[in-house]
Ligand binder design. Structure first.
Ligand SMILES: Cc1cc2nc3c(=O)[nH]c(=O)nc-3n(C[C@H](O)[C@H](O)[C@H](O)COP(=O)(O)OP(=O)(O)OC[C@H]3O[C@@H](n4cnc5c(N)ncnc54)[C@H](O)[C@@H]3O)c2cc1C
Length: 434
């Protein structure tokens, strides 16, 4: 006899690593139906956004249609809309267009956004790098300053080709390497009428070392690799002000620039402030070891949106692998509960961490024992791992082709400047000062 029990409805907010991991696992299950809501119609592969910003990859290489990814999964419905509030008591979310979705379970996986730490001018003038739009905007700015300086070399004195990156974590370090390679290997050959050698990539890091979560050997390797590429490191310095035409550092230095990239910190996406749930460090939702929120056994928060406790009780880092595993675990806990079994505490399987520092340079620490690699072997490992992590086969193949093309031809495939979204740069007078 057919089972007449209505399917449990699971509402997932966010189609990132966490939300999609959850939806894909539930898509294979009986007795559940899923509504996956995202403000975009695509899943974005954040670890490669810096390659979009540095014109190595196109947007289609790092974004996959959610509908295409979930095609054929009859129990999953995708809605493209922005969730503005969540009510954990009624298990309902409301959207900007006034609709509401009520579930039997709520899975909140809305990710993160830049944290400017109230630095004056940063929100108005700096370029964050946490979404596809932000990566495209930054790419347009990088290309625009080259074009403007090519027409008017006096702009070099106004810091047109000074690229200041704030934050020496993985995002800032990877971007610094990629921009330096773009300048040294591509722009020098294509802007024959411009003193490209005056371009500078300046990486500002508050702490004493780059890539803080890595080993001291990796800290040194990353610093040396970037310095070999001409990147100027300003370690132990904080950015105290960002203006339209310069940035100020804590030692009083002022650097003229039109391109300040903010890679200095994350906080939970704005929805966290409108979900009626307890929040902790970074404004993230506090969750229990089984990923539910205390007092709300049918509300889960995961990935970058939550402080997910690790084995020692401390919050796990904001990583794609943590988010993806949280998503799968949440789906399994929901299915267990529906089957009358207990939920279990999330266990993170740590496969290691890696960062690319431009052409031929990378660091990797593999497995829980952190087996250390660097140089071309780590570079090859980085390419293999990231290609395999990408959601679609087409994206993998296209990324491989783009990487190989860039590597051998020393060109950038996606050097297309869309002037309409690049916002004209106002090159008014800059007062030099230190
Ligand atoms: C530049 C960069 C490089 C990185 N490199 C690495 C790396 O090398 N390795 C690694 O493991 N991790 C890396 N990370 C971290 C990793 O990408 C994140 O930890 C991971 O994306 C978190 O997944 P998530 O699903 O929690 O959030 P996200 O991937 O951010 O997904 C959140 C989703 O929620 C949607 N959303 C947000 N708010 C709303 C709303 N109100 N309504 C509807 N939808 C909403 C967003 O559109 C998005 O699709 C990197 C991150 C960045 C930014």
């Amino acid at each position: 006899m057919a089972d007449k029990t209505p399917a449990a409805h699971i509402v997932i907010v966010g189609g990132g690593f966490a939300g999609l991991g959850c939806a894909r696992t539930l898509a294979k299950a009986r007795g559940v139906r899923v509504t996956l809501i995202d403000r975009h119609n695509y899943h974005q592969f954040q670890p490669l956004l810096y390659q979009v910003a540095s014109a190595e990859l196109g947007t289609g290489d790092v974004a996959t249609s959610l509908r295409q990814t979930l095609r054929g999964q009859a129990n999953v419905d995708v809605k493209m809309t922005e969730v503005t509030a969540a009510d954990p008591k009624t298990l309902t979310v409301t959207t900007r267009d006034g609709a509401s979705y009520q579930g039997d379970y709520l899975v909140l996986a809305a990710g993160s956004q830049a944290n400017f730490f109230n630095t004056p001018g940063a929100e108005q003038h700096a370029f964050p790098l946490y979404s596809l739009e932000e990566a495209q905007r930054l790419r347009s700015r990088v290309l625009a300053v080259f074009e403007d300086a090519d027409r008017d070399p006096s702009l070099l004195d106004k810091g047109a080709l000074n690229f200041v990156i704030v934050g020496g974590g993985a995002t800032g370090t990877e971007l610094a390497g990629a921009l330096a390679d773009m300048i040294n290997l591509t722009m020098t050959r294509e802007y024959t009428d411009l003193a490209v050698t005056r371009a500078q990539v300046i990486l500002v890091e508050h702490g004493a070392a780059l890539l803080a979560p890595f080993s001291p050997r990796a800290h040194d390797y990353a610093a040396r690799a970037l310095q070999r590429k001409g990147v100027r490191l300003r370690l132990g310095q904080a950015v105290t002000e960002v203006a339209a035409d310069h940035v100020k550092l804590s030692d009083g230095t002022s650097i003229p620039t039109r391109t300040v990239v903010w890679a200095a910190g994350l906080m939970a996406a704005a929805l966290a402030g409108n979900a009626g749930l307890p929040r902790g460090r970074g404004g993230r939702i506090e969750v229990q070891p089984d990923l539910t929120v205390e007092g709300f056994p049918r509300v889960y928060a995961l990935g970058d949106f939550a402080n997910v406790p690790g084995a020692d009780g401390a919050a796990l880092p904001q990583l794609g692998s943590v988010a993806q595993q949280c998503g799968v675990w949440t789906a399994k806990n929901i299915l267990a509960e529906i089957a009358g079994k207990p939920r279990t505490a999330f266990h993170y399987h740590d496969k290691g961490i890696m960062a690319m520092i431009g052409r031929d340079a990378a660091v990797a620490e593999i497995g829980r024992k952190r087996h250390e690699l660097d140089g071309p072997i780590a570079f090859a490992a980085w390419i293999g791992v990231h290609a395999m992590l990408m959601t679609g086969v087409r994206e993998r193949i296209e990324a491989f082709v783009a990487w190989a093309w860039d590597y051998f031809s020393r060109t950038r495939q996606v050097q297309v400047l869309d002037r309409s979204n690049a916002n004209r740069i106002d090159w008014g007078e800059h007062e030099e000062g230190t």
